[in-house]
Design a protein around this ligand. Structure first.
Ligand code: PLP
Length: 386
């Protein structure tokens, strides 16, 4: 008897391989490098938050929650958005709790994009956007952020808009560059989209990491954008619990209805005790209001150390990423440099080219400074030879 055959598979994502984050983390482990590659904290979250999860489990919150999320958490999110950005979203039909921002973005793309629709992404960008669009049968339209400055280029965005454009995905504060859109830039986008039927998916997972007294310009502040937008955020980034994978989407009721149609057959519901815990924890605003100062201090510590090397530092207005130009440090390309840095110097970073579909190389790498001070000092000590 012939052995059973696995049918030949035609990949839905033929161009996708193992992500650079997985590759670099594995290399970091192999060479015992300080891992400033992947974007997650190496410190513990607030024990009070963990206690809230225990309390919720012991109180019996262990079965399916309502499909859109635990009401108390949706109410806490709505209150926070209104307090910070002055826009009122109804917890009932305009806020949905998701399994992190990645699922929220995937679900938003599936809900909006029909086969053949064009979706604009601004490169470099978070690596899930483009495969999401492809899986929905959409066409990715890549528009570069300005070279070196990583600001939105409105002439290029305007040129990319057309009758087939269904949506644009924006991200501020921006991973990987650390730029934060200004009010003027948000207004420019609002004006540009006003005569169109284009939706906005606004990835705001770093909303609470904006430095030097600047304000996060949420889409929620701009009525013309908010009316056409699904705003995505993540508790993982804000509360140092990236492994919990809980986030939310805020959108006008008509958009939320379509979003929830996909959501209910995608994940249906999200971890119940964690939702109750987050709702209770959000009663205190300090964890998010103190976050800019917390990360700004780490940013300054890291920049101060890196300034003594031949790396050229790019501005970091927000997020927990610091980008650096390597052209005075090495002749290698970004990927080769990151591999060399991990193996020979013992520090892992991410090549920015990994966040461009065509691998555009501009001699810039990204370090994550969401790390214990001791971790940052250890990395800086190793980098001082450069
Ligand atoms: C820009 C951006 N969007 C979304 C995410 C994913 O968030 P979550 O872990 O909640 O899925 C990340 C995580 O690195 C990110 O950097």
């Amino acid at each position: 008897m012939s052995p059973p055959n696995t049918p030949r598979l035609e990949s839905r994502l033929p161009a996708v391989g193992t992500t650079i984050f997985t590759v670099m983390s594995a290399l970091a482990t192999q060479y015992q490098a300080v891992n400033l590659g992947q974007g997650f904290p190496d410190f513990a979250c607030d024990p009070a938050l963990v206690n809230e999860v225990t309390r919720a489990m012991q109180a019996g919150h262990n079965q399916y929650p309502p499909m859109p999320g635990v009401a108390a958490l949706r109410e806490a999110v709505a209150a926070k958005i209104e307090g910070l950005y002055g826009r009122s979203y109804r917890a009932l039909d305009e806020i949905t709790i998701t399994a992190g921002a990645t699922q929220a973005i995937f679900t938003a793309v599936m809900a909006l994009v029909h086969p053949g629709d064009e979706v604009i992404v601004l490169e470099p960008c978070y690596d899930s956007y483009q495969p999401n669009i492809v899986l929905a049968g959409g066409v990715v339209v890549r528009v570069p952020l300005t070279p070196g400055g990583f600001r939105p280029d409105f002439a290029k965005i305007a040129a990319a808009l057309g009758p087939k454009t269904r949506a644009i995905i924006i991200n501020t504060p921006h991973n990987p560059s650390g730029t934060v859109w200004s009010e003027a830039e948000m207004l420019a986008l609002q004006d540009l989209l006003a005569p169109t039927n284009v939706f906005v998916i606004s990835d705001e997972v770093y909303e609470h990491m904006v430095f030097d007294g600047a304000q996060h310009q949420s889409v929620a502040r701009f009525p013309g954008l908010a009316a056409r937008a699904l705003i995505v955020s993540s508790f993982g980034k804000t509360y140092h619990v990236t492994g919990w994978k809980v986030g939310f989407v805020a959108a006008p009721a008509a958009l939320t209805t379509e979003f929830r149609k996909v959501h209910q057959f995608n994940v249906f519901t999200v971890n119940t005790p964690v939702q109750h815990a987050l709702a209770a924890y959000m009663a205190d605003a300090k964890p998010h209001t103190q976050l800019p100062a917390f990360y700004q201090r780490k940013r300054d510590l890291f920049r101060h150390g890196l300034a003594k090397t031949a790396f050229k530092l790019l501005p970091c207005q927000g997020t927990f990423f610091q980008c650096a130009d390597i052209s005075e440090v090495s002749d290698l390309n970004e990927t080769e440099f990151c591999e060399w840095l991990t193996r020979k110097i013992g520090v892992a970073a991410i090549p920015m080219s990994a966040l461009y579909a065509d691998g555009f190389d501009q001699r810039v790498v990204r370090f994550c400074f969401a790390k214990e001070d001791a971790t940052l000092h250890a990395a800086l000590e190793r980098l001082q030879s450069l």
